[in-house]
Design a protein around this ligand. Structure first.
Ligand code: EPZ
Length: 419
């Protein structure tokens, strides 16, 4: 297993280009099987989860061609409606083929995704919503089995604003007979991006990005072209990398408006941040130490849970105490033990952590556990005194395109060693 080795303590300088959003590319790729015709998706990040989704579409029978950051998919015919366990267990987002398979072929057998390092990750709201659309849904031997002659539009209320749940239901409803209204829908930018792509292909979706999404079902969807929005979490990770190393970095090809809660928190901590249309300038070179701030993760437009680990790393080396409360997932603190091994002073109290900033962390061998915890450890290593080795970097490769290359481009002393 590969590891990433970092010699910490250097302020990052320069410009970094953000890739396409993994969490937009995944539902968009899954949605291509909703119709025939060719779909050309550009600005697709070259990350492991996208490759896994491509393999799943291939198993279902779609013709998938990857050319650099472009994916060309044709799904005129599907030869299987089964998403196998050995693939789904490697990527929970595989559940996103459930809605499209059911809507277009009237049946789907998708392995239950199971839990992961950040929590139990149920899909009950996905299934309850599909049942509201008239599907017969059962769980047998670890598989979700769903059947429906033709889905019928219906009102659906989501107990919590689930991101992939909203995406699955939006895709299923796009081919249902009649109107569906999803209430308490998730409002993430990735949902708006998916709706934009579906509407280009003939769907009739209104309200994406608000908590009420209305979908008028249509008979079929044609092909379409789409450029995936920039990855706000990747962008946020590089913004925090600049802050934690007291550097000056320009994060380009991003959407600052998707990162307001993070940028405001960093300004509160004392980071000088200015934005242009597709660029964020971070200047943390002022000699004064950054200050602790309190953070509470919330569904969009609140502070993103996917930036929590990166923020805990930063707040481990600022002046003063910070309280970070994780309200979205039940156990998303896998990074804390590893940061402690680097000297961080962090106390876990239920669903919140109390961080008392230290002058410096000390480099150490640490273990990655999930995608964003790994990113937090990389950031801590960039700021720490001495060498940090992050093991099990396959977690990172799921969601960050060429991260060590992009960080080297900002002056970091970082390399990947084949394990
Ligand atoms: C999406 O996961 C993202 N993944 C996650 O990003 C992100 O952390 C999460 O949204 C929250 O923003 C993708 O988009 C592929 P949820 P998702 O359904 O859709 C509960 C990353 O690092 N819930 O919005 O699985 C659930 O337990 C990943 O890129 C139910 O109870 O998250 C959680 O507490 C990690 N029942 C809350 O809702 C359900 O049926 C939010 O989960 C569904 C969800």
């Amino acid at each position: 297993m590969d590891k990433i080795v970092i010699a910490g303590g250097l302020p990052l300088q320069g410009e970094v280009l953000v890739s396409g959003a993994k969490n937009s590319a995944l539902p968009i790729l899954a949605s291509t099987i909703l119709g025939g015709g060719e779909c050309v998706i550009s600005n697709v990040p070259r990350v492991v989860d996208v490759v896994t989704m491509g393999k799943l579409l291939d198993i279902l029978g779609a013709d998938v061609q990857h050319e650099g950051n472009r994916a060309v998919i044709k799904a005129d015919v599907i030869r299987s409606t089964q998403a196998p366990y050995d693939l789904v267990k490697t990527m929970r987002a595989s559940v996103l083929v459930l809605g499209p398979l059911l809507a277009r072929w009237g049946e789907a057998v998708v392995s239950l995704p199971g839990g992961c390092a950040i929590g139990s990750r149920p899909v009950n709201l996905h299934l309850a919503g599909l049942a509201k659309l008239g599907a017969e849904v059962s769980i047998e031997h670890g598989y979700i089995r769903a059947k429906a002659k033709r889905l019928r539009g219906a009102p659906i209320y989501c107990d919590v604003p689930t991101v992939t749940g909203t995406e699955n239901l939006m895709m299923a409803a796009s081919l249902a007979q009649g109107t569906t209204v999803i209430e308490n829908a998730a409002k993430e930018p990735e949902i708006v991006d998916l709706a934009d792509f579906l509407n280009k292909r003939g769907a009739r979706i209104a309200g994406a990005g608000t908590d009420v999404v209305t979908i008028e079902g249509v008979r079929e969807l044609r092909g379409g072209d789409h450029e995936v929005i920039p990855d706000r979490i990747e962008a946020g990770t590089y913004v925090v990398a600049a802050a934690i190393t007291k550097g000056a970095v320009s994060v380009a090809r991003c959407r600052p408006e998707h990162l307001e809660p993070l940028l405001n928190k960093l300004r509160e901590a004392g980071v000088a941040i200015s934005v242009e249309k597709e660029r964020i300038h971070v200047d943390a070179t002022a000699p004064a130490r950054l200050k602790g701030v309190d953070v509470r993760t919330l569904p969009f437009p609140g502070f993103p849970t996917d930036m929590q680990a990166q923020m805990v790393a930063l707040l481990s080396v600022v002046e003063g105490t910070s309280i970070i409360t994780e309200t979205v997932f039940e156990s998303r603190f896998m990074h804390v033990e590893e940061l402690r091994r680097m000297g961080a002073d962090i106390r876990v109290e239920g669903n919140r952590v109390v961080v008392t900033g230290r002058e410096r962390l000390a480099g150490a061998p640490v273990m990655a556990s999930d995608l964003r915890a790994s990113a937090g450890l990389i950031l801590a290593g960039l700021a720490a005194e001495g060498t940090t080795e992050v093991l099990r970097v396959y977690h990172l490769d799921r969601g960050y395109e060429r991260i060590e290359e992009k960080l080297r481009g900002l002056g970091a002393v970082i390399e990947r060693r084949k394990g």
